[in-house]
Design a protein. Sequence first.
Length: 307
Amino acid sequence: MCTTFINRRGLLRLAAAAGLSTSTGLTGRALAQPRIGTRYRTKAGTWGALLIVAAMFYSPPVLAQTGVPKYEVDPFWPKLPNNWVVGPLGGTCVDTRDHVFVLHRQEELTEAVLTARDQFAGGAARIKAPPVMEFDPEGNLVNSWGDMKVLGNYLHDCQVDKDGNLWIAAARSGFVQKYSHDVKLLLQIGKSGVFDSSDGTAKGKPLNSNTAQFFGPSAVDVDPANGDVYVADGHGGGNFRVAVLDKNGTFLRQFRLHHTEAEKNIAELPHCMRLSLCRLTHPFCELQKPPVNRSRANGPSLQVHSL
């Protein structure tokens, strides 16, 4: 059986509906944004996105007589140290044990933000939470780690492969990385500090080169059948491609997204991506148009579905 994933924009639209729309067929327990005055200090929107992840992956919903899922709110699911501050959410993914990995953007937590948060606890000093956090199904923090100088700037996506390795894409970098569960860097595709541009910097002209170097990697996924790595390289108005590499990081091919004649003047910005379970299609979402763009593994477009 093949499963197609709804893109992140579509999920946000659904979650924004009153009472968290139940017409999507998603199942699970939902997280609510923590109340002001609780010990969870996060920037606006962070736990709202966690709500969506929990709704996708957690315990079965309470069903009404009509069979439509109803969600139970668990406002205290994520358990964090009192002095941690979490910045804008960069990405979430779930492993086979239902552990949730959360990326957040430390670089956007300024000293002014940290100082402002101190007032909620009688002046106690706050610190930035580690950029990668791992929660068990009960919301307990079981691991946290990461150095932004190594992970790259503007964390944007993560994915856990069939072997339990964690893949991370930082959109304002030229690379993607693969980590073991015990936090060892196993593979980096693309050089640090280098971009796929005319001068090798983020200010150069994007090239969309046939090479294992990126301009704005915004999403990453791995084919469980052969280990091929798919990277949506389309963040920030730079490249507009999906690059495919083998399990060792060697460049194989790339392809662009399909636009209809009516969409020809809309910029191609592949932004989020997940492989379908049957490997036949690969859904994409683009920043400037609402449909989900689905393409076959070898590149040619299959069909487009509006949300």
